[in-house]
Design a protein around this ligand. Structure first.
Ligand code: NAP
Length: 263
């Protein structure tokens, strides 16, 4: 499969380039950055033996390099438009960029189905994080009182994380709305109780040194349960990205969430 990487100079995009270069059956044919200094990736010392053109415009890259699939790890501001452009060109998409609204995903799914092409959007490509979300969904049925603490590096642009929102959405599927905390609770500092999703509280921590981490803490009469996943290195997301790239070949719709393509 001919694969192009959008956002190749970012922390995730850089890891994706290394992954595509070493995965059997996947060929890196183009990369995209919005303000590149290079014309070819070989101008970057680490990739000096690789001959792959660098593009600054997504539509031009799609039309000239004709990839089978584009992997996008850019920013929440451009992720939606990029995905739309990729699908409009009839090209398969694997999107790790976060910040998508439910309506945007629904619209992109319609477009993918109309074009009969596969796409995967996943807020977290780490298998361990997906298992944490599934375990959280299972536990939420029995423990409706739950709070999420997500912890990320301090360059992250969106809060809460896509993983935290997805976890809350999955728990909301099996849990009735419960307003948590004391009825007359007062926040002495605004935001102290975090953001609210269906009565569940989500807290976002941003610190240098972190990569991507999340705790889901359940509490009930006389007992507690804590689930925690840590991505210590961005390599943790790569097996999921490679799986999604291959999976798009078999799909004629857009799948949201890695859990929906794991065997
Ligand atoms: P990052 O290091 O800031 O990388 C984003 C890259 O995209 C930067 O190089 C940025 O360039 C570039 N960019 C911005 N606008 C662009 C455009 N229009 N076209 C092409 N490139 C553009 O961020 P990151 O840590 O790699 O994260 C990227 C996204 O992935 C975020 O949304 C993050 O939340 C998400 N993420 C997802 C997962 C997952 O498993 N799904 C895991 C980790 C992170 P400049 O810096 O020059 O603006």
């Amino acid at each position: 499969m001919k694969v192009a990487v959008s956002g190749f100079k970012g922390r995730m995009g850089h890891e994706v380039v290394k992954t595509i270069l070493k995965e059997e059956g996947l060929e890196l044919i183009a990369v995209l950055d919005h303000k590149p200094k290079e014309k070819n990736i070989c101008e970057i010392a680490e990739f000096s033996t690789v001959d792959v053109p660098v593009y600054s415009d997504l539509a031009t890259m799609l039309e000239e390099s004709k990839p089978d699939c584009v992997v996008d790890f850019t920013t929440p501001k451009v992720g939606y438009n990029n995905t739309k452009t990729i699908i409009e060109h009839g090209v398969r998409a694997v999107v790790g960029t976060t910040g998508f609204q439910a309506e945007q995903i629904a619209e992109l799914r319609k477009m993918a189905e109309a074009k009969k092409i596969g796409a995967v959007i996943a807020p977290n490509f780490a298998v361990g994080a997906v298992l944490m979300m599934q375990f959280a969904q299972k536990a939420a049925k029995y423990f409706p009182n739950v709070e999420i603490i997500e912890l990320h590096h301090d360059n992250k642009l969106d809060a809460p994380s896509g993983t935290a929102v997805k976890t809350a959405e999955m728990m909301a599927e099996v849990r009735d709305y419960v307003k948590q905390g004391a009825e007359e609770e007062v926040e002495l500092i605004e935001g102290a109780r975090g953001g609210e999703f269906e009565g569940m509280r989500i807290h976002s921590v941003r610190l240098p040194g972190l990569v991507a981490h999340q705790e889901v803490i359940f509490g009930a009469e006389g007992q507690g349960l804590t689930l925690r996943h840590d991505s210590y290195d961005r390599v943790s997301f790569m097996s999921g990205v490679a799986l999604a790239v291959r999976k798009t070949k078999e799909l004629e719709t857009l799948i949201y969430g890695l859990e929906n393509i794991l065997d």
